[in-house]
Design a protein around this ligand. Structure first.
Ligand SMILES: Cc1ncc(COP(=O)(O)O)c(C=O)c1O
Length: 398
């Protein structure tokens, strides 16, 4: 009653990774030599040609509201990209831009799910999906991925389907595990979605950050039927180091996109006009900066996985995407540092922050304890030092 908060807030919480970022920034401000392994954005600058396009948009006074789904020029470039890279065809009324992929997913949830509906979430999963589902009034249903390689577990997904299943949200390449789902898994998932008539929300934001022999496969490319039950989410944050520009997009059936636009038109109007012009440049320009970034991430990934697996008790699958690894740290849970007991991954991450000055994210944030997420979006030099500290801190536990 009165000035109490809305009941939905009792079930809703802010992003733990954003809170951690703020805490690490505060510690650094206090002069602590923290090495950040919790970063969710590329440690590269936005490529110059994209920045120039943004500056030109400002100089040209391209600084006003745009249509809710974004400028036609950008939607046409996105259509071209989806056709060439992902082998899926869309028309201009099947695309909307958004204030980041994040808003595109949140708006999608508002459009397709509500009270009484269940949305399947393979876990570990990105921190925001759960709360987006809850904000829409629906219920998240957690389905573990395979523990050995973090691939989708199709049997577990099948077992979790009920008459209330409205959608599944998948993320490939994956945050937090770095796994890239195989075409075979995605085809089997599509068969389940067709048979049981539910949506697939395919978050492909890390699509371009893929290494070795791994290949990204877009589930929407399987057939027209699968395309029509898929909402493909993507954006510019990770591939073009544009996290602060806040621009992403959704591609789906026209009625779904119309719904997403309605939600956005009443909440944000549209994303920044300047960012839209910059995004056009990002897609049209040479992809050279991206190639350089991917080569560097691959070098770091190889190093981090090698080092982690050399530490007694730590196992880390050889994943091939995004800029995260998700090693198992259970061998160290139950140990102590003096009087300090390390019972959970949360305790371990706190210990690593206090004693080793490295910031990692506990698996609890992604709904799977016993693991931690390590981001290799940091220089190789810093990663070397951070892993030395990590190894030493673990060896100090008894
Ligand atoms: C899995 C996943 N999806 C979406 C996003 C959000 O991307 P954007 O910056 O485009 O909102 C992130 C960002 O961390 C992410 O990890």
């Amino acid at each position: 009653m009165g000035t109490t908060l809305a009941p939905r807030m009792s079930k809703f919480s802010g992003s733990p990774t954003s809170a951690l970022i703020a805490k690490v920034a505060e510690l650094k401000r206090q002069g602590k030599d923290i090495i950040s392994l919790n970063v969710g954005e590329p440690d590269f600058g936005t490529p110059d040609y994209i920045k120039v396009a943004g500056m030109k948009a400002i100089a040209d006074n391209f600084t006003k509201y745009t249509s809710g789904n974004g400028i036609l020029e950008l939607r046409e470039e996105i259509i071209k990209k989806l056709k060439e890279d992902n082998h899926v065809e869309y028309s201009v009324n099947e695309i909307t831009t958004a204030v980041g992929a994040k808003q595109a997913i949140a708006s999608s949830m508002m459009v397709i799910a509500g009270p009484g509906d269940e949305v399947l979430l393979p876990i570990p999963c990105w921190v925001s999906y759960t709360e987006m589902i809850r904000l829409a009034g629906a219920t998240p249903v957690f389905v573990p991925v395979r523990p050995d390689n973090y691939e989708l577990d199709l049997d577990a997904i099948k077992a979790a389907i009920t008459s209330r299943t409205k959608a599944i949200i998948i993320c490939t390449p994956n945050n937090p595990t770095g796994a890239v789902y195989s075409e075979e898994s995605l085809r089997k998932l599509a068969d389940l979605a067709l048979a049981h008539d539910f949506f697939i929300v395919a978050d492909e934001i890390y699509e371009k950050l893929i290494y070795d022999d791994a290949k990204h496969f877009s589930v929407a490319s399987i057939s027209k039927e699968v395309r029509d039950l898929t909402i493909t989410i993507n954006g510019f944050s990770k591939a073009y180091a544009m996290t602060g520009w806040r621009i992403g997009y959704a591609a789906a059936r026209a009625d779904v996109i119309k719904g997403i636009m309605a939600v956005q038109s009443q909440t944000t109007s549209a994303t920044s006009a300047i960012s839209q012009k910059a995004a056009v440049a990002a897609l049209r320009g040479s992809q050279h900066d991206l190639t350089i970034m991917v080569e560097e991430f691959k070098r770091r990934k190889d190093y981090v996985i090698l080092r982690l697996n050399q530490i007694p008790g730590i196992t880390c699958p050889s994943v091939k995407g995004a800029f995260y690894v998700y090693p198992d740290v259970q061998a160290y849970l139950g140990k102590s540092f003096g009087a300090r007991k390390i019972a959970t991954a949360v305790d371990l991450c706190q210990y690593l922050l206090d004693e080793a000055l490295i910031s990692t994210v506990p698996g609890e944030a992604y709904n799977v304890p016993g693991k931690i997420r390590i981001s290799y979006s940091n220089s190789l030099e810093n990663l070397e030092q951070a892993l030395d500290r990590f190894e030493k801190a673990l060896a100090s536990l008894s």
